[in-house]
Design a protein around this ligand. Structure first.
Ligand SMILES: [Zn+2]
Length: 268
C-alpha cells in the first residue's frame, strides 16, 4: 500500500510534467470514485504537495485535485491494463492505474476537505518542523496499541503498515504496547525512528513489495524493501546486531504486523 515515501516519490516524479500545464481532459468511468473531476478540466497546475498519503495538485481558480492511491493505485507514463483515469496534458498523458480500485480522487475548493474526513484530522508531517516531540508525546497519551495509534494518522501523517513496523523495530518497541505505557526514552526513540525511516525510504523511492503493485511512474520499482528490517520478513533472522530472534507475524488492528519477539518485548 502506498504510504508517505511512495506518494512523495510519485509527487516528485510527476511534478515537472504537471507544473504550469493545463489539464485538457480527465477521463474515467467511475464518477462515484473520482469525484467532480470535470472541474479540473481546463485548469492550470500551479504546484503539487502532499499531506500524509494524499497527493495534492494545486490548480488555478482556487481548486485542488486530490488523489489517494488506496491499496494499489499509481501513475504511469504508458497505458496499462488497469488504467482507471487518463489525464491529458498538452505534452504528456498520465495514466492512473489501480487494479483493486481502492484509490479515490476529488476536486475541491482549496482547503475544503469536508469530503475527506481523514485530511481534516491528519497529524503533522514527520519530516517537517511541525512534527515535534512534544506533540508526539501528547498524541501517545492513550491506552490504544502503539501500532494502531501510528496507523490512525493523527499522531503523525503518512505512516502505514510498512513504516509503522519498521519504525517500531528500529526503536525496539513491541507493536501491541499501550501507547501511554511507553517511557519518555521510548517515545523519543520512536519519534527519531519515524523520521529516520521516512527519510531513508523517500531517498530510496519507497518500497516495492513482492506483489509489485507499487511502481514509480516510469515503471521503476522503489528500493527501500531491501532495507526492511521487519516488514515482510516473517521467519527470517532479526538484523539487529547481537539479536538471535526471528521476525514473527501477528495481527494488530486488523493488519499483519512484523516484529522481533526477542528485541521488541511486550513486558516492560
Ligand atoms: Zn531482534
Amino acid at each position: 500500500m502506498p504510504e508517505l515515501p511512495e506518494v512523495e516519490t510519485t509527487r516528485r516524479i510527476l511534478e515537472p510534467y504537471l507544473l504550469g500545464q493545463r489539464i485538457q481532459q480527465l477521463l474515467h468511468q467511475d464518477p462515484a470514485r473520482y469525484r467532480n473531476t470535470e472541474r479540473a478540466e481546463g485548469r492550470r497546475v500551479l504546484g503539487t504537495s502532499r499531506r500524509g498519503k494524499y497527493l495534492i495538485i494545486h490548480l488555478d481558480e482556487n481548486l485542488e485535485l486530490i488523489v489517494h492511491l488506496g491499496m494499489t493505485g499509481g501513475f504511469r507514463f504508458e497505458p496499462h491494463r488497469h488504467t482507471r483515469v487518463t489525464l491529458h496534458l498538452p505534452h504528456q498523458t498520465l495514466y492512473y492505474t489501480d487494479p483493486r480500485r481502492f484509490g479515490k480522487w476529488w476536486v475541491v475548493e482549496a482547503g475544503d476537505y469536508r469530503e475527506i474526513d481523514l485530511l481534516c484530522r491528519m497529524g503533522p508531517e514527520p519530516l517537517s518542523d511541525d512534527f515535534t516531540l512534544a506533540h508526539f508525546q501528547q498524541a501517545l497519551r492513550t491506552p490504544r496499541k502503539i501500532k494502531e495509534v501510528l496507523l490512525a494518522q493523527e499522531a503523525v501523517a503518512g505512516v502505514g503498515n510498512i513504516y509503522a513496523d519498521e519504525s517500531l523495530w528500529l526503536s525496539q518497541i513491541h507493536p501491541e504496547r499501550p501507547a501511554a505505557s511507553l517511557s519518555s526514552p521510548e517515545v523519543r526513540r520512536l519519534y527519531k525512528a519515524i523520521r529516520v525511516v521516512m527519510e531513508r525510504a523517500v531517498e530510496a523511492g519507497g518500497s516495492t513489495l513482492s506483489d509489485a503493485s507499487y511502481r514509480q511512474p516510469d515503471g521503476q520499482p522503489g528500493y527501500f524493501q531491501f532495507q526492511h528490517n521487519a516488514y515482510d520478513r516473517t521467519g527470517q533472522p532479526c538484523k539487529r546486531k547481537g539479536c538471535t530472534g526471528r521476525i514473527a507475524k501477528i495481527v494488530v488492528g486488523g493488519r499483519g504486523t512484523h516484529f522481533c519477539p526477542q528485541c521488541q518485548q511486550n513486558s516492560r
